[in-house]
Design a protein around this ligand. Structure first.
Ligand code: HEM
Length: 138
């Protein structure tokens, strides 16, 4: 099966997830709990679709290497490293956030802002990495 469409679809899921986290965050800043819940749930849905597509593509195709050099290469690897470190933490942090919201724990309020910013960093840098890799995709 030709999977060349998949990175573009994944980037689309990632983009929609990013928009949902922004809307959910702005909603709770204006005390709109209903919109916060709906958009956080949607962000989790889009991120799950992204992760499934990402894993499927990389299991089938392997690693896609960045072919640029000079300052572009330095910037790319700096973004990739910080992105990867945070991306391994975020799924667990978000799962704990959801659990804490159902248990009505103070944790949700205390750590929600930091986790939302970290999640946004991971999603936005995910889109930037996709743009860097676009010319080298199979
Ligand atoms: C779908 C799952 C979620 C539900 C049901 C939910 C529910 C809630 C509720 C009930 C509040 C009000 C808390 C309170 O008054 O004590 C709240 C606030 C908040 N939530 Fe969520 N939430 C969810 C996911 C998330 C996630 C994943 C994040 C972060 C990535 C997050 C970040 C926040 C923030 C920053 C606040 C505001 C805290 C403040 O008032 O300073 N939420 N959420």
């Amino acid at each position: 099966m030709n999977l060349s469409f998949l990175p573009h679809l994944n980037a689309g899921f990632n983009f929609l997830g990013t928009i949902c986290v922004c809307v959910a965050y702005l909603a709770i800043r204006s005390s709109n709990l209903k919109v916060h819940k709906i958009f956080m749930a949607s962000a989790i849905g889009f991120s799950t679709l992204f992760l499934a597509g990402y894993l499927w593509f990389h299991f089938q195709v392997g690693v896609v290497r960045f072919g640029g050099d000079g300052i572009a290469r330095t910037i790319y690897f700096w973004i990739l490293t910080t992105h990867t470190i945070l991306a391994t933490v975020i799924p667990f942090a978000v799962a704990v956030q959801v659990w804490a919201s159902f248990k009505k724990l103070a944790w949700h309020r205390r750590w929600g802002h930091l986790i939302a910013y970290m999640w946004l960093y991971v999603s936005v840098t995910g889109i930037i990495i996709y743009l860097f890799l676009r010319p080298y995709l199979p």
